[in-house]
Design a protein around this ligand. Structure first.
Ligand code: ADP
Length: 463
């Protein structure tokens, strides 16, 4: 690995100021970025597919550009159309949000090649962290503990059998290019290993255009704990504590909280310091998240996300920092202006991801919104572009809103969350609000004693 100092771009003595930012995303996150820009006095360009012409982020932006038909590959994933939109509108920078092209190193490079700033880390780090094998190897050299597993890709059946015997069953086969919980298969013994290996390869090829897979020890009952890091281009790195994202269905997060009810202050400080040190060694800047599995007191790195996370608001609520503004400031070349000792954690925050889905079968439920009433009051934050009459299109991810609640402590936060969920009215589409209502009453969730397997069983219990 080359030295971090060499990797850092030359920084102008005077940080540049963006006048116009193109938001290369849709839905709640496009609106979230738009709001941050507006508060910073930066003009915004929204992009949209023909299915999103009436979306809130389009209505509120200073300018908007239609970038293609509804399918994401023709619009929100269409690099040339996005670049043309940025060039034509004279945008100084592109904020990619999460999903879509946010972790596409080629896109980041294309943007930079057009003398437009990509609001994120250097493209070469997006590339190395996007290849999960390379990311694990980089993590090991940066001193992070990782889940035991293969050193690289597992290319043959013999290799798979030998490795699994050495690691010990159960093992997990994962896609090198994986994301969104797809392309993962568990094998409990040699009998189902080859099938798992083959299925994972086929699924990975279909989903990511890359069939390469690797192997990890399958941890039985870990928690998913991730550390938010923030770094400027001048060498300052801080962590903003952790988020507990153990409540998952099909390896996808459903509800997140910060701080984690499972960690002591000492553990928090230890894993935060480890994540900061790794960030420094990688020469990383902007916001990033190091994801770990946590079991029996040990942390095991699984991947680094080189973008803003869906669940970033829980960190914002407990630190009072605006992560999108911080990302923009860092991309402008500004120093963070604070150090680890200045970061304070206040109270507790929980986020519920609200999807347009049947709360029992999880079948997507697109449609036109009828009555809409968002909860409010002290400590309640709704991130959503919903309004009565909006058509929720069937073409994209089904998450339509995030309800984020803050309280002085976890108990107050839970009481407030129950109250806010009870106020939320979304008609015209089915939503997962009833699932969240059930979840926030569940003794196991209330106790804070849950792991990544628990929710899967809970959602299939008798209603
Ligand atoms: P993706 O990038 O697809 O989200 P991750 O590597 O981040 O994949 O893993 C997603 C989830 O899958 C984790 O939060 C955890 O629930 C589960 N998982 C991943 N690796 C392991 C493992 N080695 N053992 C047990 N569960 C795992």
């Amino acid at each position: 690995m080359s030295s971090p100092a060499q990797d850092r771009p030359p920084v102008a003595f005077e940080p540049t100021r963006f006048e116009k930012v193109l938001i290369a995303n849709r839905g709640e996150i496009a609106l979230r970025i738009l709001r941050a820009c507006r508060e910073m006095g930066i003009r915004t360009v929204a992009v949209h597919s023909t299915a999103d012409a009436e979306a809130m982020h389009v209505r509120l932006a200073d300018e908007s550009v239609c970038i293609g038909p509804p399918p994401a590959r023709d619009s929100y994933l269409n690099k040339a159309a996005l670049l043309a939109a940025a060039t034509i509108t004279g945008a100084d920078a592109v904020h990619p949000g999460y999903g879509f092209l946010s972790e596409n190193a080629d896109f980041a490079e294309m943007v930079q090649d057009h003398h437009i700033t990509f609001i994120g880390p250097p493209a070469k780090l997006i590339r190395s962290m996007g290849d999960k094998i390379a990311a694990k190897q980089a993590a090991v050299s940066a001193g992070l503990p990782v889940v035991p597993g293969s050193d690289g890709a597992v290319g043959t059946e013999e290799e798979a059998l030998d490795l699994a015997a050495a690691i010990g069953y159960p093992v997990l086969i994962k896609a090198t290019a994986g994301g969104g919980g797809r392309g993962m298969k568990v094998a409990t013994g040699p009998d189902d290993l080859i099938e798992a290996w083959q299925t994972a390869r086929t699924e990975a090829l279909a989903a990511f255009g890359n069939g390469e897979v690797y192997m990890e020890k399958y941890l039985a009952h870990p928690r998913h704990i991730e550390v938010q890091v923030l770094a400027d281009m001048h060498g300052t790195v801080v962590h903003l504590g952790e988020r507990d994202c153990s409540l998952q269905r099909k390896h996808q997060k459903v509800l997140e909280e910060a701080p984690s009810p499972a960690l002591t202050d000492e553990q928090r400080a230890r894993i935060g310091a480890i994540a900061c040190e790794a960030t420094r060694q990688l020469g990383y800047y902007n916001a990033g998240t190091m994801e770990f599995l946590y079991e029996n007191g040990g942390f095991y790195f699984i991947e680094m996300n080189t973008r803003l996370q869906v669940e970033h608001p829980v960190t914002e609520m407990i630190t009072t920092l605006d992560l999108v503004k911080e990302q923009i400031r860092v991309a402008q070349g500004e120093p963070l202006g604070y150090a680890q000792g200045d970061i304070r954690v206040h109270g507790h925050a929980i986020e519920c991801r609200i999807n347009a889905e049947n709360p029992v079968t999880f079948t997507p439920s697109p449609g036109t919104l009828g009555r809409y009433h968002a909860p409010g009051g002290m400590g309640v934050r709704v991130e959503s572009g919903l309004y009565t009459g909006l058509r929720v299109p069937p073409h994209y991810d089904s998450m339509i809103a995030k309800l984020v609640v803050h309280g002085a402590n976890r108990t107050e936060c839970l009481m407030r969350l129950r109250r806010a969920l009870g106020e939320y009215v979304i008609e015209g589409v089915e939503t997962t609000i009833p699932l969240h209502q059930r979840l926030v009453q569940a003794p196991r969730f209330v106790s804070g004693d849950y792991d990544i397997r628990w929710l899967e069983g809970f959602v299939t219990e008798d209603q």
